[in-house]
Write a protein that binds this ligand. Structure first.
Ligand SMILES: [Zn+2]
Length: 75
């Protein structure tokens, strides 16, 4: 995947969260209070849940070193 700003190749990686799916949540909205849930106001990133490491979510994400930018696909 290429950076939309500088067109360099992005580094592959992930964003980790322990007990809730990784989401982008708009300002003024609250994160979910219950574990393993998403908030309705949020946009879910492409999460992978690992049953064997209980309570771990990994959202696919890419990093541009030049622009200091993280890009994460949503579901
Ligand atoms: Zn860039």
């Amino acid at each position: 995947m290429k950076c939309p700003c500088c067109n360099r190749e992005l580094f592959e990686g992930y964003i980790y969260n322990s007990s809730n799916p990784v989401q982008w949540i708009p300002n003024g909205k609250k994160p979910p209070r219950i574990v393993f849930r998403e908030t309705e106001a949020g946009v879910s990133l492409k999460n992978k849940f690992d049953l064997f490491k209980i309570g771990t979510y990994h959202a696919e994400a890419y990093y541009c070193e030049a622009c200091h930018l993280v890009i994460a696909p949503t579901e």
